[in-house]
Design a binder for this molecule. Structure first.
Ligand code: HEC
Ligand code: HEC
Length: 315
């Protein structure tokens, strides 16, 4: 009886709560616009020189073109900058998955001494010193800027950065054809010879899991990836499987930006050990060389290029 009553109370309070907190469509639009503006707000970095968009460049599918990006005072990031497109449905963020939501993720680069280097408290204080931001936050959230609504504004914007208008999407919606080479590449990608789809599955070409493709050997390849978060030995050298939409626009590749081109990436997968000796914990799918011919490698690259959204295809 007690339990039933408790559940009823809980349900009632949850529905009252959601009645008051549900965002009206107009407010959601304003929240997204605020998040977009904050994404380019340099005031959120210690010396006001860097914003999110300095590394996640809108013109390059929200990644950049270098292996390591430059944060405040010219400091280099310790990993390659990933695209922030198609982040909406991800359960983890960062190469090692150390953030579990876009809201918490967004505050981390602000405080990171290699990126924006500003304690979140100070970032919030700066926003509160701006009359305009105070008014905007108050209007949208009913509160002045704080860490929570700052994270929420970034997340609202990032959730709009979905891309579903590529040549591949046209093909999959029955609206267009792939060339013969792209089609051979598609079959290879999903087939048992190249095995890409074992990990790069689902609609954004990621299984949202942590996998080891052989880029850690503890000697000259020393980023242990997921292990840094879980401290489990089986996670040594595992990284978040990245989505592959717009991949042709976001070179260089991998957590350390070690490959400049997609051709190189495919050559690597064909036989990881040629590139890295004694990889630790290499995934069973990649233990034996794939045996892809030069033509097959070309076809795979042709297929990867069909994943670029039309917004990023330069005429
Ligand atoms: C100095 C360059 C730099 C700046 C500035 C920067 N980032 Fe990043 N961002 C990175 C790097 C590098 C990573 C990957 C780091 C890692 O995985 O350890 C990353 C990762 C991310 C991810 C996770 C992507 C994924 O695939 O999991 C998101 C989301 C993100 N950043 C959003 C932001 C937001 C929002 C801001 C501004 C508040 C910002 N970044 C500022 C370089 C930067
Ligand atoms: C065992 C799982 C697995 C398989 C199989 C696999 N990948 Fe990956 N892929 C990953 C992981 C994990 C990463 C990130 C690794 C890192 O940065 O250390 C990655 C990274 C990539 C990248 C670079 C992404 C970026 O944003 O830098 C490309 C491109 C890629 N894979 C394409 C392919 C292709 C093509 C195949 C098939 C030949 C393939 N992958 C097979 C798991 C896999």
């Amino acid at each position: 009886m007690k339990a039933v009553f408790f559940c009823a109370m809980l349900l009632a309070s949850v529905s009252v709560w959601s009645f008051f907190t549900a965002t009206k469509p107009a407010a959601q639009k304003d929240k997204i616009a605020l998040g977009k503006r904050l994404f380019s707000e340099k005031m959120l970095s210690k010396d006001s020189s860097v914003s999110c968009a300095s590394c996640h460049k809108p013109d390059y599918a929200f990644a950049d073109t270098v292996a390591f990006s430059t944060g405040i005072f010219g400091i280099e990031s310790d990993r390659n900058t990933p695209s922030v497109l198609n982040m909406k449905n991800r359960p983890y963020y960062f190469w090692d998955g150390r953030a579990g939501s876009l809201e918490t993720q967004a505050l981390m680069p602000i405080a990171n001494p290699n990126e924006m280097g500003l304690p979140v408290k100070e970032a919030v204080a700066r926003l509160n010193n701006s009359r305009e931001y105070r008014q905007l936050f108050k209007k949208i959230f009913g509160q002045f800027p704080n860490a929570k609504n700052l994270g929420a504004a970034f997340a609202a914007y990032e959730q709009t950065l979905e891309t579903v208008d590529s040549k591949f999407d046209d093909w999959s919606n029955g609206l267009g054809k792939l060339s013969a080479s792209e089609e051979r590449g598609r079959k290879l990608f999903t087939g048992s010879k190249a095995k890409c789809f074992d990990c790069h599955s689902m609609e954004d070409f990621t299984d949202d899991q942590f996998k080891n493709i052989g880029l850690f050997n503890g000697k000259y390849m020393t980023d242990s990836g997921r292990y840094l978060v879980t401290k489990r030995k089986t996670d040594l050298g595992k990284f978040k499987t990245p989505g592959l939409r717009n991949i042709a626009v976001t070179a260089p590749y991998m957590h350390n930006g070690m490959f400049a081109t997609l051709e190189e990436v495919v050559r690597f997968y064909n036989d990881p050990r040629v590139f890295i000796s004694h990889p630790v914990n290499l995934d069973p799918a990649l233990k034996k060389p794939l045996g892809l011919t030069a033509k097959e490698q070309k076809d795979l690259v042709a297929f990867l290029k069909t994943l670029t959204d039309k917004a990023y295809i330069k005429n």
